[in-house]
Design a protein around this ligand. Sequence first.
Ligand code: GDP
Ligand code: MG
Length: 452
Amino acid sequence: MFATDDTIVAIATPPGRGALGVVRLSGARARDLAGALLDHGGALQPRHATFTRVQADGGESALDEVVATFFPAPHSYTGEDVVEITGHGSPVLLHAVLGRAMAAGARLAEPGEFTLRAFLNGKQDLIQSEAVADLIDAATPLQARIAFDQLEGTLTGHIGALDARLFDLIARLEASLDFPDEGYHFVEPARAAADIGSVIALLDGLLAGATAGRMIREGATVVIAGRPNVGKSSVFNMLAGANRAIVTAIPGTTRDLVTETIDVEGVAVTLVDTAGWRDTRDIVESEGVARGAYARSIAELVLLVLDRSEPLAEEDCRLLDETSSTNRVVVLNKSDLPSEAARTFTDREAVAVSALSGDGFDTLRRMMATALVGEERLRDEAQISNTRHIALLEQCRASLDTARRAAETGSVPEEFLLIDLQAARMRLDEIVGRRTSEDVLRHIFERFCIGK
Ligand SMILES: Nc1nc2c(ncn2[C@@H]2O[C@H](COP(=O)(O)OP(=O)(O)O)[C@@H](O)[C@H]2O)c(=O)[nH]1
Ligand SMILES: [Mg+2]
């Protein structure tokens, strides 16, 4: 299992220079080790910011002025004694402090080890530890909000409520198994089926926001498609807010995939500009076209750009056909020019824009967000966003479904019902980390960077 009996140290702030930098120690010897580095006479007082100095090697001169704060166990991030030393944000100074702490006997922390200790010491459940990583990684305010909700324990509360219902049901079933001779049923099968059904309904409520949640957490790939010269690169640039892709009046200028990550109403979107779709003999260009076709096939959403100032070309029709069953938004570009479009589209499927003036782009962004995560995204539906949680909840639901069917038909003994209910409960335990293998933990905490 993981070692937690030594004292770990790491630089907690990102690499590079800044006004401040933090070195953090956690473990039973944190205060002693910090004391050995600091100029300060006497022990650090709990939860006091102490202005002091870090001594250079040998102790004659000082390295830096710092503020040291001691958080005694168990009221610290990790649940252990923690000391945070805040100095100037110079890599040279921070590495010197780190080196001195290690020379004094601290071990360099593994990635995520502070948070792992917080989990192992019961300061957080696994959902919350994962939320710390998500919060740090958040690229949009919506991602940050969902991660913070999970850190605050919203999802933990929902899982706990499901677990309590299952626990109650299992206890009643077990009691009726314990007194078979009395012929007494604590739980009538029909009642059990109804109870399981109500747990399933709660679970479905959580899972309803899963697609949106996952999309918000993981972001989405959106591919811009269309024949040459309809204004794909111009639409890309307008969405990206910068002149990122090459725009020319010569068809076939975009030969490779150009990507940019942008925030579309809270969703982190990787926007991909592709080469125009057409039959071509130019080798470089046809490679670009092939990549474009591949990008379309893996995209969560396709923006199919048409030039509204021209009648539909054969290639437009072909792309319209090809993407008819894909999640797509039709972008009728060049709305600043007189319309020549022969075909009409509904407001739900198409939007007129001008990549020249920016007209219509607010609507386009809204339509993209809706196509990706649905209308409900900004309400509190997306409480679940992590693929691991979603998969476990789905397994939980499958076990409950089996149990409910068995209870409804009365076809199997209560023992079997219990096995399914216990299996369902085990999945909930895995989500919060009450029952999780070391491998799973390693995998989760590896994602963190050192110092977290
Ligand atoms: N009038 C007008 N011209 C546009 C608009 N969008 C793009 N263009 C022009 O159409 C040509 C092709 O644009 P580009 O973005 O390179 O098209 P792509 O080949 O599909 O990537 C360029 O001359 C653009 O300036 C628009 O909304 N209105
Ligand atoms: Mg282009």
